[in-house]
Design a protein around this ligand. Structure first.
Ligand SMILES: Cc1cc2nc3c(=O)[nH]c(=O)nc-3n(C[C@H](O)[C@H](O)[C@H](O)COP(=O)(O)OP(=O)(O)OC[C@H]3O[C@@H](n4cnc5c(N)ncnc54)[C@H](O)[C@@H]3O)c2cc1C
Length: 623
């Protein structure tokens, strides 16, 4: 698709940006991935069914901590005050420190609680149900801040030096974003160069929107280090450092303020000739971006559970309000329009929990590559969570738009739906925006095809490469493609799922349809598919729905096995979710080939070219 006349010149070309991203991409699939197989048309229910249960010993160990955390949140946290004043009281932070809440996943040998990913997520669920700024504090510290990459990539000396401090509550942060570096890290301008004596790196630059940055003692900082040259070509290097904020040259230049999360300690952090000892390089020079991406693979699992907490809170609010508020002679929950929202909210909350906990359990169990599952969980739950909150605002009517303080002042229950909405919105933007998650997942969806047929469809290949590609493609697609049409997904398969079996069979059939969709899109658009994001996004959305359906059925099946009496509810919820999901999947597939993508893109470009300024008449212009 054409570029616009008014387009500013990028600091880094699209090819360079892609090269940096590709270099940081994990190329190998050392362990199985449920979602990767879905894209190839294979349903591997064996990977998620039986739905992984938490180890009873782990539950026993985590329980006292979770109970104490729940008490602390209930007794000491006033979220309206936090929202109003934009500060988390020191007593709350200290209380969290004393509970060990800053070292939930840090191994016990380093002074942490040594709990699992799933236990950590349960803690975050409790915190998120009360206060978004507190979630940001704990999660920026240990989902993406120093403890996580240090645990994964640190040397023993680094771990001994920093993990005990972090477990005791030294707050940490993750500093990747810069004014010119949002979703695309290639244009990074923060630099680190070796000092003359070779003992340190000299760090210079500015990081934007660094959560916890204004309070942190320690940070993981990503910086550009000198490029390498291979075959005459420049290879940009990004390196990760552990930086202590007490070192000379580290400065909080500005504390940022946002629509929600009023007490997030987020800022612009400036580094001026900061001397970072070479022992503080994490992993190794040049691996910084890869480290950031791998950290985010599990780091991203915090947001899906945050969405679950929001879903549960909204369900509670909607249940109470729609039952007690009478309009037109009936409780509003009896009016079909409101009832439809509540039913959908209930089914979606069940599905979000199935997705989030499945990913957490997979991370704990090991033996899976969960990069795609975590990305889908982040994308799916944050989008669904947002819709649930939007519906809750609508169900509460005018009260949904009114602040808790105002409701309280005029004698009503201070239900903070307005704050929940403001606090939640960022989840669709940070830790990989919805668009970037779609692209990340889509890249992996076409990966196998690029491996097989890349030499045929991509530009710039030699005749020899193309011929070898044709032979390779013929051998692969000769058996693969017919298999995406043929398969047994009718009764009696998956009979152990009982009433949900037809849904699991639907997932199997539609995984094959998804694989065909990916393949047909590649044939139709060739290398231009990369630019047809609306097409790619629909394919990714289908995969998200299929994953959620499979997770939901597997979780319901587990609950049936655990408690046959209560099981009916789980099956009912899973069944409703799957019925609705099937409708969305069909619509997405239909939209693959029948859509208005091209005229919409054209209009957008014309808007950018200022051809439709007439639409903006009649208002006061922005300065
Ligand atoms: C409250 C808050 C806390 C944050 N905390 C941290 C933190 O702790 N550490 C940190 O490093 N960063 C943090 N960030 C930064 C956050 O991760 C970025 O905002 C995010 O990565 C998006 O970058 P950007 O805002 O520059 O958007 P841009 O990259 O400029 O993107 C703008 C829009 O374009 C879309 N877009 C971009 N590229 C493409 C593409 N190729 N195709 C389609 N769409 C595209 C994006 O999805 C987005 O919708 C935080 C931000 C906020 C607001």
């Amino acid at each position: 698709m054409a570029t616009t006349a008014a387009e500013p010149k990028p600091k880094v070309s699209a090819d360079e940006a892609r090269e940096v991203a590709e270099a940081a991409r994990e190329q190998e699939w050392a362990a199985p991935s449920f979602v990767r197989d879905l894209f190839l048309g294979k349903l591997r229910m064996d990977l998620i069914h039986p739905y992984p249960e938490q180890d009873p010993e782990e539950i026993r160990r985590a329980q006292p901590f979770l109970e104490r955390l729940e008490r602390l949140l209930r007794e000491t946290v006033d979220s309206d005050r936090i929202d109003r004043e934009g500060e988390i009281p020191d007593a709350v932070i200290q209380g969290l420190r004393e509970l060990g809440a800053f070292g939930i996943k840090i191994p016990r040998e380093y002074g942490g609680l040594g709990l699992s990913q799933l236990s950590y997520m349960k803690a975050i669920e409790l915190v998120s149900s009360v206060d978004g700024s507190l979630t940001a504090l704990l999660s920026a510290h240990q989902s993406i801040g120093v403890p996580q990459p240090l645990k994964m990539f640190g040397t023993e000396a680094q771990k001994k030096r920093y993990l005990p401090r972090l477990a005791k509550g030294a707050i940490s942060a993750f500093a990747l974003t810069e004014p010119g570096v949002g979703s695309d890290p290639a244009a990074m301008e923060t630099t680190a160069v070796p000092s003359e004596d070779g003992k340190s790196w000299i760090l210079n630059g500015e990081k934007l929107w660094c959560t916890n940055g204004t309070k942190a003692e320690l940070m993981v900082v990503m910086a550009r280090t000198p490029s390498k040259f291979a075959g005459g070509k420049e290879r940009r290097q990004i390196t990760a450092f552990v930086v202590e904020t007490a070192w000379p040259g580290v400065e909080v230049a500005h504390r940022c303020h946002f629509m929600g999360l009023k007490a997030i300690y987020n800022g612009v952090i400036r580094f001026s000739n900061v001397r970072v000892p070479k022992e503080n390089v994490l992993w190794e020079p040049g691996k910084g971006l890869k480290l950031a991406l791998i950290t985010l693979n599990t780091g991203r699992l915090t947001l899906p559970i945050t969405a679950v907490a929001a879903g549960k809170r909204c369900l509670e609010i909607a249940r109470q309000w729609a039952g007690e508020r009478v309009q037109w002679g009936r409780p509003i929950g009896k009016h079909d329009a409101i009832a439809q929202k509540i039913g959908t909210m209930a089914a979606n909350t069940f599905a979000m929990e199935a997705v989030a906990e499945l990913c957490g359990a997979m991370a704990d169990r090991g033996g899976y590559d969960i990069r795609l599952e975590a990305a889908i969980a982040k994308l799916y739950n944050s989008e669904v969570g947002w819709r649930i909150i939007d519906d809750t605002v609508q169900i509460r009517g005018g009260r949904g738009y009114e602040t808790a303080d105002s409701l309280r002042a005029r004698g009503e229950k201070p239900i903070p739906v307005e704050r929940i909405m403001r606090d939640f919105r960022i989840n669709l933007i940070f830790e990989g925006s919805s668009e970037i998650m779609h692209l990340f997942i889509a890249r992996e969806a076409v990966d196998k095809h690029l491996q097989v047929a890349g030499d045929v469809v991509l530009p710039g290949k030699s005749l020899g490469q193309r011929l070898r590609g044709v032979v390779r493609s013929a051998l692969f697609y000769g058996w693969w493609y017919p298999g995406r049409w043929l398969g047994w997904s009718a009764w009696p398969r998956y009979a152990e799922f009982g009433a949900l079996a037809p849904h699991v069979r639907f997932v199997e059939r539609n995984a094959r349809r998804l694989a065909r969709g990916v393949f047909h899109s590649m044939l139709r658009f060739g290398p231009k598919l990369e630019f047809r994001q609306a097409v790619l996004f629909r394919l990714v959305d289908v995969a998200g729905e299929l994953f959620a359906m499979a997770a939901t059925c597997a979780r319901a099946r587990l609950l049936v096995a655990r408690d046959p009496v209560a099981a009916g509810h789980a099956v009912q919820m899973a069944d409703l979710f799957c019925r609705q999901s099937r409708g969305r999947i069909r619509a997405k597939f239909k939209g693959l080939w029948r859509n208005e993508d091209v005229p919409t893109y054209r209009v957008a470009q014309e808007v950018l070219e200022q051809k439709h300024l007439w639409l903006e008449q009649g208002m006061v212009r922005l300065q």
